[in-house]
Write a protein that binds this ligand. Structure first.
Ligand code: BGC
Length: 254
């Protein structure tokens, strides 16, 4: 089944048509700048232009940077606060005219890795951390997701919120060297390990391509590996999520 997968990020909104049977991109990936401020209207217009540029009229899956409960956004750390309480799936469906399914961006990136990537067939607890404007997390036990974990917002023992200390955005803004940022990120992973004892930690987002630059700073016991799909995991997982929901409603694809 082919589905348009869209990843809404702090700096870019990316979309590609995905073959959900194999988790691979079909054709090109398009990326548009994230609007500022990222209001429902402006994000909706950007999503609509991605749909139009792909000449797409089928189901759309969206990975969105907020806790999403039954299609409704509950948080807004790096997007406009007017998203809170908005039924985002319905909102983007009206805007695009397509059936739209929305889930948390890190959860869907994790789904891609669990189904087809670094977490495939891994027994036990897998923690996926996406490193970008925020720190996103997805927590799986034997392949089952506990949604909306939002563990990028925990307060570390230095009194700082993790995503304000160890995100990609902080590394950029403070121009930290990879090793120095790696120490911060390791501080975060150590805190995660003490709480969840994952069997595997998978890193997604832009920094996952640079793991070799900070791997020497990582001291957790769990193996830490880059996402197989690197920063494309969000788009792929968004399509997989939509495919699973679409299948569950028993609707036939056009
Ligand atoms: C948001 C999460 C999101 C993460 C990565 C955090 O600020 O609260 O919902 O998954 O950023 O985008």
């Amino acid at each position: 089944m082919n589905i348009l997968g869209i990843d809404v990020g702090g700096t870019g909104i990316k979309g590609a048509v995905i073959d959900t049977a194999i988790g691979e991109l079909i054709g090109e990936r398009l990326r548009l700048e994230s609007p500022r401020p990222a209001t429902p209207e402006s994000v909706g217009v950007t999503i609509q232009s991605l749909v139009e540029q792909h000449r797409w009229s089928g189901p759309v899956g969206i990975g969105f940077p907020a806790a999403i409960q039954r299609g409704i956004a509950r948080t807004a750390a790096n997007i406009d606060s007017s998203f809170i309480g908005l039924p985002v799936a319905d909102y983007f469906a009206k805007q695009t005219g397509c059936p739209v399914y929305v889930a948390n961006d890190a959860d869907v990136a994790g789904l891609a890795e669990i189904r087809f990537g670094a977490g495939k067939d891994v027994a036990g607890v897998v923690l996926v951390v996406t490193i970008g404007t925020g720190l996103g997390t997805a927590l799986f036990s034997d392949g089952h997701l506990l949604p909306n974990t939002e563990l990028g917002h925990i307060v570390l023992d230095n009194g700082l919120e993790a995503e304000r200390y160890a995100s990609e955005a902080v590394r950029d803004a403070q121009q930290l060297k990879w090793k120095d940022w790696g120490d911060r990120f390791n501080h975060y992973l150590v805190a995660m390990e003490k709480l969840f004892w994952p069997d595997l930690i998978v890193l997604g987002g832009g920094a996952s391509k640079k793991l070799h630059k900070f791997a020497s700073r990582i001291t957790v016991q769990a193996p830490v590996v880059p996402a197989r799909f690197l920063n494309q995991a969000g788009m792929i997982g968004a399509a997989l999520f939509a495919g699973e929901k679409w299948g569950a409603t028993g609707q036939n694809l056009p």
